[in-house]
Design a protein around this ligand. Structure first.
Ligand code: MG
Length: 347
């Protein structure tokens, strides 16, 4: 018999199938392993998701092992509303596992919002009309594929381009896109630029081509070089690999102009919200990013999006097998559904 006086955590593996092979500085892939979770309590079900690109170190196996440990913690908890106690207890179960932790955080937020009958943007006091436009990401590819993807990005107001496989490939990617459109581009080098003098010159070249900012130009270990680069850079620098969790935001101050916050890196909505507030207090710009994810995790992040400068929340449109309906992209702009919790329903 199903016990209804305790929180129940269910999880199942789900493999996200990408529409296009996705190339970044260090790898190319066609699928992303994910886990879908449900937290059930008092007849209400909250949905959550962990999306785990392999290079970040989590897998469906590590997530399942974490969920098994988390089950006991959730069943001992008396009240899913007490996130301030519950989430640190879950975080303390094991180091890392940030995507698995995010899945539970998202499901608990969804549960709370449904129980209160309100979407999270309303609980946080945010204006749903102030969601940003989202960029559409083009991975490293052949010129023909880059041209095709640029045309497919028609409804988007900003294009995000992956660079970092060498100066020749970097220039080819930008010139190919510029032959199709002159809309603003953001660049993600994924730590691919190792030489700071070359990086200064490349950024100058990019600044003359309507590029808005550079995400993670140099390896995360080269934060001193990044600070050097920032003092000479023609464009703002945004930290991604250099910022995972709340404590990292302060470390980016001085080396970067802003931070890219992702639920899968920072254990979920509660810490992401704290990171945004801290970044603002430090006068850092804020970008909200994602992995390839279903509309479950994307819609959760979208609830925070009225707070940020830039959003890169295209994860769900890059996959073929989205199993949730939630936030949508209308004319390039994130649009929040009028549904409680994180705003999703299962398809
Ligand atoms: Mg990035």
């Amino acid at each position: 018999m199903l016990e209804t006086t305790r929180m129940n955590l269910r999880h199942q593996p789900y493999t996200l199938e990408l529409k296009h092979a996705f190339g970044i500085a260090t790898s190319t892939r066609t699928t992303t392993p994910a886990m879908l979770v449900e937290v059930e309590y008092e007849g209400v079900v909250g949905y959550g998701e962990a999306a785990m690109p392999p290079y970040l170190g989590e897998s469906q196996q590590t997530a399942a092992a974490f969920f098994d440990r988390a089950t006991a913690t959730l069943r001992e908890a008396s009240d899913p509303f007490q996130l301030e106690e519950l989430l640190p207890a879950l975080d303390a179960l094991a180091p890392g596992n940030t995507a698995a932790k995010a899945a539970i955080d998202i499901a608990l937020h969804d549960w709370i919002g449904k129980k209160l009958g309100a979407p999270w943007h309303r609980i946080w006091g945010l204006n749903p009309a102030k969601t940003p436009v989202t960029s559409y990401t083009i991975g490293i590819d052949t010129a023909d594929m880059v041209r095709q993807k640029t045309r497919e990005a028609d409804i988007y107001k900003i294009i995000k381009v992956k660079l970092g496989r060498g100066a020749e490939s970097d220039r080819m990617m930008i010139e190919t896109i510029r032959a199709v459109t002159d809309k603003p581009i953001t660049v993600d080098a994924n730590q691919g630029w190792k030489n700071r003098e070359e990086a200064v010159r490349l950024i100058e070249w990019l600044a003359a081509r309507n590029v808005v900012f550079i995400e993670q130009p140099m390896p995360k270990e080269q934060i001193d070089d990044t600070a050097w680069l920032r003092s000479r850079s023609a464009l703002p620098l945004i930290a991604d690999e250099n910022v995972q969790r709340l404590a990292d935001v302060k470390k980016c101050h001085g080396a970067f102009d802003g931070v890219n916050i992702k639920l899968m890196k920072c254990t979920g909505l509660r810490e992401a919200h704290q990171m945004i507030l801290l970044a603002r207090a430090l006068d850092l710009k804020v970008m909200l990013g994602c992995m390839t994810e279903t509309s479950c995790a994307i819609s959760a992040a979208a609830q925070l999006s009225p707070l940020v400068d830039w959003a890169d929340l295209d994860g769900a449109v890059l996959i073929k097998n989205d199993c949730f309906r939630g936030a949508t992209i209308v004319d390039g702009k994130i649009t929040l559904p009028d549904r409680p919790g994180i705003g999703v329903e299962k398809i």
